[in-house]
Ligand binder design. Structure first.
Ligand code: ATP
Length: 301
């Protein structure tokens, strides 16, 4: 039986508005709707993983509203197996993304649905997961649901991958339950109180097997227990919209290793850098992700 990835997280509608400069408190500024797209870190990671050819399940909560219909329509053509749990009294999650001409972005995400997914609902939805499968989590679920899923993963012999974004202080207690962590410099600093190399050391000491620190246009670092830290450069491109860069990176790195049946390695990080360079060079979220054909070509390198 091939490994399957179980991504449990959020799904959202992303509305990207381009602005000349980021709005300041109290200001009213003009903007232009750039894209209206499927997003949410859970959906992003699941869609990209599925496009690599790795069998992938997405478990996410939605409300009973117009956004949920759009979410279903947008997921339908993707190779991902989506289990959407409808929460009758909640609103589907959405993100408002501001982008500036220099490619910088600021994001506000609602978590009414994702934050309300109960441990029981989440665990029931991954009933088919078997030992050796991947469980992929981000920061949008409640603390209790996230912890319950991580406990369940340990119990069932799943490999856990975690991206502590959006950042919350409670994540510091999760590390002993996490096999693979992906985080950016700011997240590493605030969760460990240390920077870069020292931060990755702290996480390895807390029980994480592989730590991937992403550094935007500077690339990424891979620290694995018992081996020297490796720096992997970014692939040079013209950054237009960085939305989903981190999600593309994590999804492709995990899928590259899983499809080759190896532990996370430098080759996987290189594949991730190539794939996320494509994402940053295009506007939108789902519409900016590499296609299945592009991912096949990258993974063959
Ligand atoms: P986001 O929140 O924007 O999705 P993140 O903060 O989680 O991103 P980053 O470290 O910004 O993650 O980016 C992840 C990866 O994407 C980087 O390691 C790099 O490989 C690629 N990347 C990001 N920005 C650029 C860029 N300007 N040029 C080329 N590659 C980039």
């Amino acid at each position: 039986v091939p490994v399957r990835a179980h991504v449990i997280g959020n799904v959202a509608i992303d509305e990207t508005i381009s602005v000349s400069t980021m709005p300041e408190a109290g200001a009213s500024i003009l903007g232009r709707e750039e894209t209206f797209d499927l997003g949410g870190k859970g959906a992003n990671q699941a869609v990209v993983m599925a496009r690599t050819g790795l069998p992938t399940t997405l478990v996410a909560a939605v409300g009973a509203d117009f956004r949920a219909r759009t979410i279903r329509d947008q997921l339908a053509p993707e190779p991902v197996e989506a289990t959407l749990i409808t929460l009758a009294d909640r609103s589907s999650d959405f993100s408002i993304i501001f982008t500036t001409p220099d490619g910088e972005n600021a994001i506000v995400t609602t978590t009414d649905s994702a934050g309300s997914l109960s441990p029981a609902e989440a665990i029931a939805a991954i009933g088919a997961a078997t030992a050796g499968d991947l469980m992929v989590l981000q920061g949008n679920l409640s603390e209790t649901t996230t912890r319950s899923l991580l406990d369940e993963a340990r119990h069932r012999g799943l490999v856990t991958a975690f991206n502590p974004s959006p950042l919350r202080p409670c994540f510091t207690g999760f590390w002993p339950l996490i096999d693979i962590a992906f985080l950016n410099r700011g997240e590493a600093q605030s969760l460990t109180g240390s920077s870069d190399m020292a931060a990755t050391d702290r996480l390895l000491q807390s029980g994480v097997r592989h730590v991937v620190l992403t550094l935007g246009g500077e690339g990424a670092m891979l620290a694995s227990r018992g081996t020297a830290i490796a720096a992997i450069p970014a692939v040079v491109t013209r950054a237009i919209d960085t939305t989903g860069a981190g999600d593309t990176f994590m999804a492709v790195a995990l899928a590259s290793a899983a499809l080759r049946d190896v532990e996370l390695d430098i080759r996987a990080i290189g594949h991730a850098a190539s794939a996320s360079a494509l994402t940053v060079s295009r506007r939108g979220t789902r519409s900016a992700f590499p296609t299945s054909d592009e991912l096949q070509a990258i993974l063959a390198r």
